[in-house]
Design a protein around this ligand. Structure first.
Ligand SMILES: [Fe+2]
Ligand SMILES: [Fe+2]
Length: 171
């Protein structure tokens, strides 16, 4: 999808720089309601959270940060929503190498899956394929892609910390 983002420097752009849930929903609506993407609700990402929830979390924070920084928040939110668009269970020990190589290969798998269903611009593709940087050696080509790498790690850490807290409470 071509982004309709335009850089504005006038006063009104400051008002519209405020993130809004409704705007966020309209940006990712076709992706978030696609049946294949919805199937990620049944895929566990970090034990207690689905992959869908994780992608939504990364996408929303990315949208809010990029909007504040006057970057291309439309493409950034869309790319972020698709950054972990793979269907398999990376913990599945029955599949040889699944867990071991997952971190390196799932960005490319996610990109291929996303390309089958959506028209992606260059920024959206860069976000998906580089989101595991610095594990994926090639440097992200855009500021928005760097933001996704950071937000992804932040959301993943938050999901894991919540899980640990629950476990500790249980003990
Ligand atoms: Fe990932
Ligand atoms: Fe992720």
């Amino acid at each position: 999808m071509n982004s309709e983002f335009t850089k504005e420097n006038n006063e009104t752009s400051l008002i519209f720089a405020k993130p809004s849930i409704n705007e966020f929903k309209s940006i990712i609506n076709d992706i978030a309601t696609n049946p294949n993407v919805l199937s990620l609700k049944n895929r566990v990402q970090h034990k207690n959270k689905s992959r869908y929830y994780h992608c939504l979390c990364v996408s929303f924070y990315t949208y809010a940060i990029c909007k504040k920084l006057k970057l291309d928040y439309v493409s950034a939110a869309r790319g972020a929503m698709l950054h972990d668009f793979y269907y398999y269970d990376w913990r599945d020990k029955k599949v040889e190498g699944q867990k071991k190589f997952h971190a390196f290969r799932h960005p490319r798998i996610a990109l291929n899956n996303a390309k089958e269903l959506f028209e992606l611009n260059e920024l959206e593709q860069d976000i998906i394929v580089k989101h595991m940087w610095p594990l994926t050696l090639k440097l992200p080509a855009h500021r928005e892609s760097y933001i996704v790498t950071l937000v992804d790690k932040y959301c993943a850490s938050r999901e894991i910390i919540r899980l640990l807290r629950k476990k500790i409470k249980f003990l």
